[in-house]
Design a protein around this ligand. Structure first.
Ligand SMILES: [Zn+2]
Length: 279
């Protein structure tokens, strides 16, 4: 993509995710607005003479923290920035979530581990790793699709898929990232947390995903680890394997089974991929 488009998308992206809480005396603090003109400049001061630091397009949503004589204030890269407020319309009861389309043109393979005759690990109350993986993977796939990605699932039901087939599915497609989904297990109940494995080319991807997970998810950050898993080693694309918590940890399992946790994981993986592709 060309430079201007990249900067524009980065600006839009940053506005959505780098908005920080701020104190303002104005009544509109914290309210979300939608852009109703084709393009809207983001400036570093409340004036038409101030420097343009980014652009918003029609339909983008921003959270506004104050207003001075026709200029709405928000935050971008930790700095206060200004947008002409006559092109903003208030949005009620609508959550600011992920901007559409930032993953358009990218193909992501989501690999739900285990399945069929292979249950994976067995957690408390007989919870099977393969079942929790499938539910969580579908959440991830849905969020990635909503962000414009083409998503390929190596299994979409409880079927057994050999490791070689999982790699082949990835290698025969123009895969931009391969993410294998797993949950962890350990004989001792107290062990918990999330970690991400990579073999070689997935190192940067692993760092971005683990970083995003550690920010979005309330579990211990066990870091990024190099490993020789076949789905990573034989993969032509940047490939990682995420362990999204321990199903053998009684309290952690309750979290892992909650829809809100699965939504956070889906959001984190989407954010991590956006950051990885747009770095
Ligand atoms: Zn597993």
């Amino acid at each position: 993509m060309d430079y201007i488009k990249r900067i524009t998308i980065l600006a839009i992206f940053s506005l959505f995710f780098m908005i920080t809480t701020a104190i303002s005396a104005h009544a509109k603090t914290g309210q979300t607005y939608e852009v109703n003109t084709d393009w809207l400049n983001i400036r570093n001061g409340p004036s038409n003479h101030a420097e343009i630091v980014g652009k918003l397009k029609k339909g983008n949503q921003v959270r506004i923290f104050g207003e001075i004589s026709g200029w709405a204030q928000t935050y971008y890269n930790g700095e206060a920035v200004w947008i002409a407020s006559n092109h903003l319309v208030p949005k009620q009861d609508k959550e600011v979530f992920l901007p559409d389309g930032l993953l358009t043109g990218y193909t992501i393979v989501i690999d739900p581990g285990h399945g069929g005759k292979d249950p994976g690990a067995i957690g408390h109350n007989g919870v099977l790793e393969k079942d929790l993986i499938l539910v969580t993977s579908k959440k991830i796939a849905e969020q990635l699709t909503n962000s414009g990605a083409t998503v390929i699932l190596t299994r979409a039901d409880d079927s057994f898929v050999p490791l070689n087939d999982r790699v082949a599915i990835s290698n025969k497609s123009e895969t931009d990232a391969f993410i294998s989904i797993h949950f962890n297990a350990f004989p001792e109940d107290y062990v918990g947390g999330i970690n991400t494995y990579y073999y070689q080319s997935g190192h940067s991807l692993a760092q971005h995903i683990q970083n995003a997970l550690s920010q979005e998810v309330p579990l211990r950050n066990r870091g990024v680890i190099q490993s020789n898993y076949r789905v990573l080693r034989d993969n032509k694309s940047p490939a990682i394997l995420v362990e999204l918590g321990f199903i053998t940890n009684t309290t952690e399992l309750v979290t892992l089974q909650s829809e809100s946790y699965q939504d956070k994981v889906a959001r984190a993986i989407t954010l991590g991929l956006i950051e990885y592709f747009w770095e």
